[in-house]
Design a binder for this molecule. Structure first.
Ligand SMILES: *[C@@H]1O[C@H](CO)[C@@H](O)[C@H](O)[C@H]1NC(C)=O
Ligand SMILES: *[C@@H]1O[C@H](CO)[C@@H](O)[C@H](O)[C@H]1NC(C)=O
Length: 338
């Protein structure tokens, strides 16, 4: 499998097939994780979060986001879902850490950081098969924050990095952090599985209720396994880390081999890439969009990027996350995994 050709497929697909692609500005950068660590404030590591402002320490599946949120940072105004990932830090030669800022994607330049979100019903020339949108209370996680080897990470074939030569680079995805400075930043790509067991809105590991296609891939139209027979849209996050002020060779490790970026959970390999999702579209807006195969979906309620930038939530965890730090939030100095 060549990751580059898959990305090209997705880009090509946008012109011929439905593909919901939109911007969600930053809602918060905070040590909270209502999926994996509900009730914990602070949670073990730092996350960056976009979407509806009902994001909180605990999110009750019986009180879905549309009933709790008053605004969203996403440009589809009926999408109160939350989408989050770990945060990238730069480790200097002296052992201090600095948070890597995020920057908006091509076409969404006014956004305050955040991510680009995709929901894709199908890809391929075959006749489209119906996808079932997520149900209220649905949530999932993909990736393992504690994975540190290629063998482990291969379980998640679609959690990757793109070393941006220009903001438009979409080829050469890798499972680990790029080994050389990336002139236009590093894009982390998080693609979720596309088959659901049809019953459970969540599972103890937040992953077993979903699965990858049994053979082939989502992109090649592979069938879902009998244990997870229901096709769901492919949820996909693109997060762009603006590494440009950390790209000079004098700032990189003196050994000339290792790279200086580290995920907020203490992963300097990149194999611990992970993303979290709490579904929160209002009513059946997402199902309708998937059924109608629309690209810009004018029937969906939308708002401008600057309106999305104005959606905020109260801060639950007060701590220093910026400036030069002795340790990343929640971590001990000098500890950052392998
Ligand atoms: C978050 O939860 C706390 C209680 O745990 C509550 O006081 C607060 O209002 C909630 N914040 C938001 C933004 O819903
Ligand atoms: C560590 O290195 C960074 C980058 O060179 C520098 O800005 C910072 O002041 C240094 N911190 C300490 C404590 O020396």
């Amino acid at each position: 499998m060549r990751w580059g050709s898959m990305a090209t497929l997705i880009l090509t697909a946008s012109s011929t097939h439905a593909l919901l692609r939109f911007s969600c500005s930053q809602l918060a950068v905070e040590r909270l994780d209502p999926l994996v660590n509900p009730g914990m404030a602070p949670s073990p590591h730092l996350h960056q979060i976009v979407g509806g402002n009902a994001f909180n320490i605990t999110m009750d599946p019986l009180e879905p986001p549309p009933t709790q949120a008053s605004c969203t940072t996403c440009t589809f105004a009926d999408d109160f879902s939350n989408y989050w990932t770990a945060v990238l830090y730069f480790r200097a030669r002296n052992g201090s850490y600095h948070r890597v800022p995020q920057k908006p994607n091509v076409g969404f330049e006014q956004a305050n950081g955040g991510m680009t979100i995709y929901y894709t019903p199908y890809i391929g020339r075959n006749s489209p098969s119906q996808v079932t949108a997520f149900k209220p209370g649905f949530r999932m996680l993909i990736g393992r924050q504690d994975y540190r080897t290629r063998e482990e990470a291969s379980r998640f074939r679609q959690l990757t990095y793109t070393c941006l030569q220009t903001p438009m680079t979409r080829t050469g995805e890798t499972l680990d952090f790029p080994k050389k400075p990336c002139p236009a930043g590093i894009m982390s790509n998080v693609r979720f599985p596309t088959c659901w067991d049809g019953k459970n809105l969540d599972s103890p590991d937040h992953m077993s209720h979903v699965a990858y296609p049994e053979s082939g891939t989502f992109e090649s139209g592979g069938p879902c396994p009998s244990t997870h027979p229901v096709k769901i849209p492919q949820l996909f996050y693109e997060v762009i880390w603006d590494t440009t002020k950390f790209n000079s060779r004098e700032m990189w490790p003196e050994d000339g081999k290792s790279q200086p970026f580290v995920w907020s959970q203490g992963d300097s390999t990149g194999f611990g890439n992970h993303g979290d999702y709490v579904f929160g579209w209002k009513d059946d807006a997402l199902q309708k969009a998937m059924d109608s195969n629309c690209d810009s979906c004018p029937q969906l309620k939308s708002q401008t990027i600057s309106q999305g930038n104005q959606c905020t939530k109260g801060v639950a965890v007060h701590e220093e996350i910026d400036g030069w730090l002795d340790a990343m939030p929640g971590m001990s100095p000098g500890v950052e995994g392998i």
